[in-house]
Ligand binder design. Structure first.
Ligand code: IPM
Ligand code: MG
Length: 361
């Protein structure tokens, strides 16, 4: 049996995840087999147990087939004594579960083109997936730290490190994904300046020639890519890039979709001998402390993350599509949370949006 672990987490996480559970239960009732477990994470864990991560919770994280994650981050962390908050547990989950493939699909939901700050004729029809390397690069490279110089001044260091095997495995993920889409990959790097990206590009080019000659491969420097994303976003199918670039570019691309609130993500590990892989699904909007506790949050990003779970973990592509189409139809009918509100029209609460999607299913 496939076991899913829900970690609502901080900020709006505890408001959106009950909506995901409503949807997940619907699929359970309609023939998709999995169990759902839940644990407190982040500030909620601190308040209940005086620790940010219980051993029991960590054991469940390691044992779960997939994790449905809400959000991390809260001003309340500032009040927790330093020695209890050394670790960022989200980064630790990514690293220890080796979730190196981060998929961030970015599309304009039909009928929502006007929610973007960009012109509708620019963003309309955008449909791309950003493939972000999630376990290497600047986030995890060493040496790292803040060091003292002889003269008492300080220097901070992080290292951008990639090995050929790390580049190859994320390259394969992107090329394989492109085969199920429009067969186009745009590799994004900074190989005009940095050695690590000279290796990155050489490795991607060689991998392409060796294993994926059927895919159209293009290259962009990251600065140009940032511009192209807002200038002509429809040109992209699959983008592959390193960790920090992917972090930055995905927020930028999110505005093409109109609202961060709509966007899902999947973080996937390698496929094991049994054909299974570890996975974590989370909306990309983060904890949004400014609106937390007010029932204003948009649960669509989290619900669409569950659709990715149906597709990539539960191997139920038809059910995934069924859910994505249901969200599209609800949005097209004009059901809107505050972040995607239409001028002069009423908005719905977090749970009303969840109920509308459930009814649509
Ligand atoms: C993201 C977030 C995270 C990141 C933070 C919360 C650590 O911004 O998933 O994009 O930087 O990767
Ligand atoms: Mg980010």
């Amino acid at each position: 049996m496939f076991n899913l672990l829900v970690l609502p987490g901080d900020g709006i996480g505890p408001e959106i995840m009950p909506e995901v559970k409503k949807i997940a239960h619907w699929f359970q009732r309609h023939g998709v087999d999995f169990t759902l477990d839940e644990e407190l994470y982040g500030i909620a864990s601190w308040k209940a147990y005086k620790t940010l991560m219980r051993d029991e919770t960590w054991a469940k994280i390691l044992a779960a087939d997939a994790i449905l994650f809400g959000a991390t981050g809260s001003p309340e962390y500032a009040a927790i004594p330093r020695e209890y908050q050394r670790e960022d547990w989200l980064l630790r989950m990514r690293r220890e579960l080796d979730l190196f493939t981060n998929l961030r699909p970015i599309r304009t939901t039909p009928g929502m083109e006007d929610a973007s700050t960009l012109r509708p004729e620019i963003v309309g029809g955008t449909d791309m997936i950003l493939v972000r390397e999630l376990c290497g690069g600047l986030y995890f490279g060493s040496p790292r730290g803040i060091f003292e110089n002889a003269d008492g001044s300080r220097r901070g260091i992080n290292s951008l490190v990639y090995t050929t095997s790390e580049i190859e495995r994320i390259g394969r993920a992107a090329f394989a994904l492109a085969r199920s889409r429009k067969s186009r990959v745009c590799n994004v790097d900074k190989s005009n300046v940095l050695e690590v990206f000279m290796l990155w590009r050489d490795t991607i080019v060689a991998l392409h020639a060796r294993e994926y000659p059927d895919i159209e491969l293009t290259h962009m420097y990251v600065d140009n890519c940032a511009m192209q994303l807002v200038r002509a976003p429809r040109q992209f199918d699959v983008i592959v890039t390193e960790n920090l670039f992917g972090d930055i570019l995905s927020d930028c691309a999110a505005m093409v979709a109109g609202s961060l609130g709509m966007l899902p993500s999947a973080s996937l590990g390698a496929v094991d001998a049994k054909g299974r892989r570890k996975a974590l699904y989370e909306p990309i909007h983060g904890s949004a402390p400014d609106i937390a506790g007010k029932s204003l949050a948009n649960p669509c990003g989290a619900i669409l993350s569950f659709a990715l779970c149906l597709r990539y973990s539960l191997d139920r592509p038809d059910e995934a599509k069924h859910l994505e189409d249901a969200v599209d139809r609800v949005i097209a009918r004009g059901v809107r949370t505050l972040d995607i509100a239409q001028a002069g029209r009423a908005t719905v609460s977090t749970s009303q949006m969840g109920d509308a999607i459930l009814a649509e299913l």
